[in-house]
Design a protein around this ligand. Structure first.
Ligand code: ATP
Ligand code: MG
Length: 224
């Protein structure tokens, strides 16, 4: 039993291409403590998104060991992994990934709906979270009726609904203007700090990255 909420040991990931195997991640070792804020920067194409996908098992690493809350993910069945993931982690994407045909209240609730039938408390939680991100007056609006910053705030509320232990954010402010980016960054970090949620933030914004407790650069397929 380790004290880490997230641990990667010698993770490797390559992509198969018509001209052969393209190594992206090699010997990735990462240990994150509960409640820590870790940032990852690196040039475009260095493999940051690939790394988040490997750490969240949206894509399987080729080899290595990944522990979520001290549980070795390779020892879970695919089904158990999916259930574990839904409670353990949430991901915030650069392009929000909201359902365009659902209003923002329904979008937040989707985080829970994929786990099973909704309970009354889920709706109350969703309302509370949308209030926390300052959108309780827009519940019936569709994502297309919202600004980019507002869409990202919906995605933040959705990411919080299942009370995850870790939030992974992949350039969550990449599509936003400077002022809105600052607001969204502060919202994410404040919420994670208040709820003691571990945050793994991929960003091109060096100022945001420097505010993390630990900052990594992904270069030459490795974390430095
Ligand atoms: N499905 C795939 N098949 C083959 N190569 C891929 C695939 N997905 C990503 N790559 C390659 O892996 C490398 C890393 O991509 P990745 O998206 O992880 O970079 P990134 O650091 O997130 O870049 P950015 O800052 O632009 O988002 C790139 O060279 C990319 O072309
Ligand atoms: Mg990326």
């Amino acid at each position: 039993m380790s004290d880490f909420i997230l641990e990667a040991i010698d993770l490797y990931k390559s992509y198969k291409t018509p001209v052969g195997s393209l190594p992206i991640l090699q010997r990735i070792n990462l240990q994150v403590s509960p409640g820590e804020f870790v940032s990852i920067t690196g040039e475009s194409g260095s493999g940051k998104t690939t790394l988040l996908y490997a750490l969240t098992l949206l894509e399987n690493p080729d080899s290595g060991k990944l522990l979520w809350d001290s549980v070795s993910t390779s020892e879970l069945s695919k089904n158990a992994q999916t259930k574990f993931r839904a409670k353990f982690l949430s991901i915030i994407f650069q392009s929000y990934h909201l359902f365009p045909e659902l209003n923002i209240f329904e979008n937040v609730l989707m985080a829970k709906r994929i786990l099973g039938p909704l309970e009354k408390s889920d709706k109350e939680d969703a309302l509370h979270l949308l209030d926390q991100v300052g959108l309780s007056h827009r519940l019936t609006h569709l994502p297309s009726q919202l600004s980019g910053g507002e869409c990202q705030r919906v995605a933040i509320a959705r990411a919080l609904l299942n009370k995850p232990k870790v939030i992974f954010a992949d350039e969550p402010t990449g599509n936003l203007d400077e002022k809105t980016a600052q607001q969204v960054f502060e919202l994410i970090t404040q919420i994670c700090s208040t709820h003691k949620i571990t945050l793994v933030l991929v960003t091109h914004n060096l100022k945001f990255a420097s505010l993390a407790q630990r900052s990594y650069i992904l270069r030459d397929n490795q974390l430095h």
